[in-house]
Structure formats: C-alpha cells, structure tokens
Design a protein around this ligand. Structure first.
Ligand SMILES: *[C@@H]1O[C@H](CO)[C@@H](O)[C@H](O)[C@H]1NC(C)=O
Ligand SMILES: *[C@@H]1O[C@H](CO)[C@@H](O)[C@H](O)[C@H]1NC(C)=O
Length: 130
C-alpha cells in the first residue's frame, strides 16, 4: 500500500515536472542579455548596443518583436524600478540579437539594468550611467 501510494505520488510529480519543462520549451523564452556587461559605463546621450543570445528563441517566436526597458536595482532589493513609460527600444525583431539605444537623461547610478522582454523579462547585470 505504502509503495503503491509512493509510486503514484512520484508519477504525479514527474508529470508536473515534464509539463513545466514542456511549457518552458514551447511558450516562454527569455533571451539572455549579453551586453551591457557588469560594471559597464554608459554616458547620457551616447548610443549603446544592447545584445542578447538568440539561440533559445523557439521557431514559433522568431517573428516576435521585443521591448527593452531601463531600470535599477538597489542593493538588498529585488525591485527593478522599470521605466515602463520610456522604453529604450521597442518593436524590433527579437531574432536580430542587437538593438541600438540612445542613453536617456537620467541620474548617475551604478545599479542600472536593462530588461529585455521576449515572452518574459531577462535582466542584464548592473551597470553605470553617468
Ligand atoms: C516569419 O516571417 C517570415 C517572413 O515574413 C515567414 O516566412 C515565416 O513563416 C514567419 N514565421 C513564423 C513562425 O511566423
Ligand atoms: C548600431 O550602431 C553601430 C554604429 O553606428 C552600427 O555599426 C550597428 O550596425 C548598429 N547596430 C544595430 C543593431 O542597429
């Protein structure tokens, strides 16, 4: 009895896990940001290239457009303070793997991030704008 129950529980667990894996493979993708890198310094008004790894983009999503938002994350916090009102870039083909952005007039901080949205957001490491 105990064994039967355990096997049932295991089978249920395995089903859930593979459903999650399948969902991750088919529906959700978040291309890793490869630039800016940690500690990089951007100057206000300059043009910078944000790049990402396109190898994880499913075939069905190849024509999808992307969105890049600027945010910052203070030490000890997980709030990304994303500036939804002023996207750095939008409506570019996600398969391009790169887009040029003009650095907006923002306060100097060393904890800025950019977040690239495919299906779900993927954040860069922290960098500086001055
Ligand atoms: C993507 O766009 C190209 C060119 O318009 C088209 O040939 C292709 O079928 C599209 N792919 C998907 C998955 O929609
Ligand atoms: C970004 O700008 C550089 C310099 O003008 C240019 O060489 C490059 O092709 C641009 N990249 C994109 C993705 O537009």
């Amino acid at each position: 009895m105990f064994f039967a129950k355990s096997i049932l529980a295991l089978a249920a667990l395995a089903t859930t896990a593979s459903a999650v894996a399948l969902r991750a493979a088919n529906d959700v993708f978040s291309p890793p940001v490869t630039s800016p890198t940690a500690g990089e310094v951007w100057t206000v008004g300059s043009v910078q290239t944000v790049t990402w790894d396109t190898s994880s983009i499913p075939a069905a999503n190849q024509n999808q457009t992307g969105l890049i938002l600027l945010g910052f994350v203070e030490d000890g916090s997980t709030d990304e303070h994303l500036d939804i009102e002023n996207p750095l870039a939008s409506n570019f083909p996600i398969r391009d793997g790169a887009v040029n952005v003009t650095v907006p007039q923002v306060a100097t901080r060393d904890d800025y991030i950019v977040v690239l949205f495919g299906d779900s957001g993927n954040a860069s490491p922290k960098f500086t704008i001055n």
